[in-house]
Design a protein around this ligand. Sequence first.
Ligand code: ADP
Ligand code: MG
Length: 396
Amino acid sequence: MKTIDSLGDLTGKKVLVRSDLNVPLDGTTITDDGRVRASVPTIEKLLAAGAAVIVTAHLGRPKGAPEDKYSLAPAAARLSELLGKPVSLASDLVGESAKATAAALEPGQVAMLENVRFDARETSKVDDEREALAGELAALADVFVSDGFGVVHRKQASVYDIAKMLPAAAGLLVQKEVESLSKAVTDPARPYAVVLGGSKVSDKLGVIANLLTKADRLLIGGGMVFTFLKAQGYEVGSSLLEEDQLDTVKGYLATAKENGVEIVLPTDIVAAAGFAADAEHDVVAADAIPADRMGLDIGPDSATLFASKIVDAKTIVWNGPMGVFEFDAFAGGTKAVAQAMIDSDGFSVVGGGDSAAAVRILGFDEAGFGHISTGGGASLELLEGKTLPGLAVLEG
Ligand code: ADP
Ligand code: MG
């Protein structure tokens, strides 16, 4: 993969950087600025090299037309604070404002284009449409740097097509993400423990299938665990259950056995009367979930068990919270897993949007982890061992 250094002398060049600034917002307040912070090193490196930087990014899911609530203004303001310099935001993507902003930009200065998904061509399935937008973006700059790791699994104009039109390279974030996640998939130090949770088995089939042949231990929690427990013949009450995945899960259990992969399932469950922060709840054995209760977290014995399987591992990959961590009463399992990853001296990788958010929301020090991925879908696809279009196009 080509890196920024391969682009040669950038003095006086205009560099278009695709960043991932898709942050959660409460009105116009950013509730987790992790992705903005992750975009800073590449921008600073380019500025230090004497370039002018034009950032392009998306926010939320606008329907191919401008919508105030999806303006990148909050992200531009936060980026400006983090860089300690102004970030001028064009009022459009490739229109008069963008052209004027790009033309006026001097080396050492930073500008941002409005939400790239305000233009329907960005995500079009028609090559010509995407290429037309990519051409208009390319006209604003001399060089392209792909640093929006969260979108590299997308064949989109600002991710894929533009990389064919300008000299292009991966930014520091994309480089770090790929190195960390690839290491965990291709060359893990052992023992190698994989911790999977989150809401559904069906979201993670490819990841489970791929890691099942590579890991030494597979720990399962979160909403998906109930399909595993049911596959073992246990009743799961009103917990999240995907009946249509039972055979697939039975297949996973058999494959694990054949490959000598240790599957670790919870022995106890925090079972609640309903899905609410203040729902009445108790700890029950994993094989004795009452019919009218739903499991919202792994229990305390399981948390201790999971921690013991993580702490002495040399590689740990975690995707998916162990419980409904958004509610304090059901955050115990997720906290125990995060703490064990910090306590381990192995290389620990957190993949998945909600898992990364959980680490920050629950107050853990990000520096305690080997790598916290900024990309939900992209990190899952790398863990599946897939080829990602936005990365393939950067190969030199
Ligand atoms: P990631 O984004 O890290 O890949 P997912 O999107 O798969 O994770 O899942 C995250 C969600 O799973 C969280 O919002 C969490 O509340 C939910 N979850 C975890 N455990 C359970 C459970 N036992 N029942 C229902 N939802 C759960
Ligand atoms: Mg998620």
